[in-house]
Design a protein around this ligand. Sequence first.
Ligand code: ADP
Length: 409
Amino acid sequence: MSSLSSKILVINTGSSSLKFQLIEMYEERSIIRGTCERIGEEMGHIEYNKKGRIWNIDVPMADHRAAFAIIKKMLIEGETRGVKSLDEIAGIGHRAVQGGEKYVEATLVTQDVKDAITEMIPIAPIHNRATLSGFEAAEEAFGDLIPQVAVFDNAFHNTMKPEAYIYALPYEFYTDYKIRKYGYHGASHRYVTERLRELYPAYRRVISCHLGNGASLCAVLDGKCVDTTMGLTPLGGIMMGTRCGNIDPAIIPYLQNTTGMTADEIDYIMNNKSGLLGLSGVSSDLRDVEAAAAEGNYRAQIALDLFVYTAATYIAAVTVSLGGLDAIIFTAGIGENDPGMRKMICDRLKHFGVEIDDKINNEVRRRECSIASLDSKVGIFVIPTNEELVVARDTYKLIRSMKGDDLDD
Ligand code: ADP
C-alpha cells in the first residue's frame, strides 16, 4: 500500500466559473464537488456538495484567486471540511483545453507549460486565459505545497494522422500559423471509449458522440483517436446549441462584403447566436426546441432535423477513418438523457446495420447501458462521461511516478 496521499483536487476553470472536485483515488470516489459561478460579477454563487449535502452560498468573488481562497478554506475548515490538512491532497489536476501539439501526456505546470498555453491564446482565447488564471490562483492558494498538473484536453487527439488534421490550405498556414485540426472534448471521448474497452474489449472501431451544448464526435481505433469533428477551434464539426459547426468558409467574406460586419462580429454570431438557437429562434436548449417543434414551430423543427442530419452524416463520414464501425457511444447532456435524439440519429444509420432497441432506449437516462437491438450489427451504448476522473487519474499517475511510488499496487 502506498504512503502517498490518495486525494486529488480537480480544477476546471472557465472564464467566469470554476468547477472543482476532490476525488479519493483508491476507490475513485468523489468526496467534494462544486462550482463557483459569476466570478468577477457583483455577486457570485458557490454550490458546494459534500457527499450529497449541499451548501449554496452567495458571495462576491472578484477573480479566480478570490474563488480559490474561499474553496481552500471550505476544504479544510468546519462542516464543509474534506481533508484534515492540505498535505492530504496529493496533487491538483487542471483541465487545460488547448496546449497545441507539444503535450500528449499530463505534465507538471511549469513555465514551459504556461508559455505553450499562452502561445495558443489566439486559437482558444477564452479557455486558455481561464486556464492560466486557474494556475495562478491555485499557486497563490496552495503555494509549493501541492504539485500542480495540467491535463490537456486536446492531447487525446494528438494521435490523428495528417490526413485527418491538415486543412487543404497552403501548407505554410500549418507551419507558420499552427492552423490544423486540434479537436476538443478529449477527456470525455477518452473516458467513454476507455470505459467501453473495459466492458467490451472486442469493439475496436468506435465512434464517441459527445452531444451537449457543445458537441463533437470522435473516431477511436483500438483506443486511439483517428479523427474528430471539432477543428482548429470548438466551432467546427457538427451543429451545436449556439455554434454553427462546419459551414462553407466563403460565407464569412460574403457576409463581410454584403453587410459590413467585422470578422469578430461574425465570429461572435457563429459561436453564440447560431446552431439550435439561431435556427429555431427559441432556445439553445434541446428540450425547449423539441417542445416547440412538437407544437408545430417550423423553425424549431428545421433546427431539430438539421441537428440529427449533421450528427448522422458526420458519424457516417468518420467511419472512413475506422474502416468500418463496431460501436457508437452516446454521452453528455443530450447523449445521456435524450432517447428521442439517440433514436433519430440511429435511424438515419440503419444502412450501417445500426438498430436501436426502442424499449430499452426509452428507459435509459444518465446510466451505462447497451441500447442496441439484438439484430443490430453495431453496438450502441449510453455511457455517462466523467472528464474530471480522467484529469484525476492522469494527475495521480504522474505524481506517483514522480515520487517513485509503485504504480502496480
Ligand atoms: P455543456 O456542453 O454545457 O456541458 P451539457 O452536456 O450539460 O452541456 O448538455 C446540455 C444539453 O443537454 C442541452 O441542450 C440540454 O437540452 C440537454 N439535456 C440535458 N438534460 C436533458 C434531458 N433530461 N433531456 C433532454 N436533453 C437534456
